[in-house]
Design a protein. Structure first.
Length: 271
């Protein structure tokens, strides 16, 4: 059966065209129900981030996240999206061991997971890998600034690009990503003036997290934004809900009603 004309989701090309236009909304999701929520809320992009390691798996870093896990969670999210572009995060070392290996790994996200693009954290020489993916038909989102997979080299989760030397280097990396064919770039935890400088210097959209308001879009981690217990409440996060409190209250009510016998009622049973 032909699939021509069936694609309802946004594409990397649509996202790229939004440069300088209506701000892009990006959210992370890790399963079917969070994907349904993000899509219904009008997200333009949904990222199966390797923040999975922190907010779903309970690790301190994103380093233990595997490609199999990202592929699996991408497949769950894929079933919940009708509108948003689905991006898989390439985990630690899955794009560092040569072009063939990177293509194989990224390809799994599309073939098995249903992603339409991959994201990768910048590493020196990264433009070659982005070019190879682009040539193979795999759209790439770059990631600059705080790149959590390099946490052991960076020495902690702190703002990047504060010195003029670091800022100039990051600007150069952004241009390399653009030249190599990336369709957008995540800017994480950098000074807002640098984010603005990068945003104005390149023709692809920037999506900020802890990078101020002068980017082409914003991304937040689902669990942080909604105040889940595993989310972080750092300065760059705005918590739109206290899910921990709301959900705990509901769960406690269930426990109380089970103890008191108020649940189940007549209406929850069968004759
Ligand atoms: O892993 C992730 O969720 C991310 C976003 C914070 C951009 O990289």
């Amino acid at each position: 059966m032909s699939t021509v004309g069936k694609q309802k989701r946004l594409t990397a090309v649509d996202i790229r065209k939004r440069k300088g236009g209506e701000k892009l909304v990006c959210l992370t999701a890790y399963d079917y129900s969070s994907a349904l929520l993000c899509d219904a809320a009008g997200a333009d992009l949904v990222l199966v981030g390797d923040s999975l390691g922190n907010v779903v798996q309970g690790h301190d870093t994103t380093i233990p996240v595997t490609l199999d896990q990202i592929v699996y969670h991408t497949s769950l999210v894929s079933r919940g999206l009708n509108h948003a572009l689905l991006v898989s995060d390439l985990p630690f070392l899955t794009f560092s061991l040569g072009e063939a290996e990177t293509l194989r790994n990224a390809g799994r996200c599309l073939v098995e997971g249903g992603a339409q693009a991959v994201k990768l954290e910048w590493q020196p020489g990264g433009e070659k890998v982005v070019r190879a993916l682009y040539n193979a038909g795999i759209p790439v989102m770059g990631h600059l600034g705080l790149t959590p997979q390099a946490i052991h080299r960076l020495g902690g989760f702190r703002v990047q690009g504060r010195s003029e030397e670091q800022a100039a280097a990051m600007l150069d990396e952004a241009k390399k990503l653009e030249d190599a064919g990336a369709f957008s770039i995540v800017l994480e935890l950098i000074p807002r003036t640098l984010a603005q400088r990068i945003t104005e210097a390149i023709s692809i959209p920037t999506i900020g997290i802890g990078a101020g308001a002068h980017t082409d879009g914003q991304v937040l981690v689902f669990h942080d934004l909604l105040g889940f217990p595993s989310g972080v409440n750092a300065r760059h996060v705005k918590q739109y809900l206290n899910a921990t409190e709301l959900l705990t209250d509901a769960l406690k009510l269930f426990a109380d009603e089970t103890h008191s016998g108020d649940f189940p009622g007549e209406e929850h049973g069968f004759k």
